[in-house]
Design a protein around this ligand. Structure first.
Ligand code: IP8
Length: 250
């Protein structure tokens, strides 16, 4: 089984509020169709969820946020999710919509529900979930990042491979020259923060990828604009991107 995160900056135009990159999503769908293993998809919020979370000052910390904000963030994520589901369907994938409320209770994953996701994926359906605004309890809510969902799913489902599709070639050791880091073996590189991203952008991805690789799984960062690279990574062909090598393989 392969666990794949489609980052918000690849599926939406982050410069323009509420704009999905439909052509890119279609190309991604066509590539995903070529994978002949069960897959699970998680997607980010991009210029949908993050746009509204910033406007309503909502973050990953559990707090009593504005009720309108919660409703609007959730609604925008449904809208983006629907675009992805429609384009997956159009490209012959059979997505199975799985809002995170389906397998989260407060900030804890419901293990029984998570385990069931494997069975759904093995049936040939493609479970699709996403980062969202979630109820925590006692009138508090929080933003659950899709990156965090990746760690929850990886921990229980132990996929063969974990992939983060980004709007970059991978992780750079130097931002100016865009010198790519090919492989990391357990060490966590430091990344500067992105203020436009309430869940922490690249820094969060690196943190979760490092955690997952320490659980023993290989994690790849690949450029989602070149979606054939996802297929190559899965089929063990020449890989282009950054590999966080699973601890057990080091
Ligand atoms: O883009 C957060 O998901 P992410 C989604 O994976 C929202 O961090 C609602 C901002």
């Amino acid at each position: 089984m392969i666990l794949i995160k489609l980052g918000g900056s690849i599926i939406t135009n982050k410069e323009k509020p509420l704009s999905a990159r439909r052509k890119t999503i279609e190309k991604l769908a066509k590539s995903l169709k070529k994978i002949d293993e069960p897959i699970i998809i998680v997607h980010g919020g991009g210029s949908y969820g993050h746009y509204w979370s910033v406007k309503y000052d909502m973050h990953t910390k559990e707090k009593k946020y504005d009720l309108r904000g919660i409703a609007i963030v959730k609604n925008s994520m449904i809208e983006l999710n629907k675009i992805i589901l429609d384009l997956f369907l159009k490209n012959k994938l059979s997505p199975y919509c799985l809002p995170p409320t389906d397998f989260m209770m407060g900030n804890k994953p419901i293990q029984k529900k998570i385990k069931e996701i494997t069975k759904i994926a093995k049936s040939g359906l493609v479970p699709v979930t996403y980062g969202d605004a979630l109820w925590f309890g006692q009138k508090k809510t929080y933003i659950l990042s899709g990156d965090k969902i990746m760690t929850h799913l990886a921990k229980t489902l132990k996929p063969r491979l974990v992939i983060f599709a980004l709007n970059e070639d991978g992780l750079y050791s130097d931002l100016r020259s865009k010198k790519l880091i090919y492989e990391l073996k357990g060490e966590q590189p430091s990344i500067s923060e992105n203020k436009m991203d309430v869940t922490g952008g690249m820094a969060r991805k690196v943190e979760e990828a490092t955690k997952i690789s320490k659980m023993g799984m290989n994690v790849f960062f690949v450029n989602g604009n070149k979606s054939e690279r996802i297929v190559k990574a899965v089929k063990n062909r020449k890989f282009e991107g950054t590999l966080f090598r699973g601890k057990k393989n080091v």
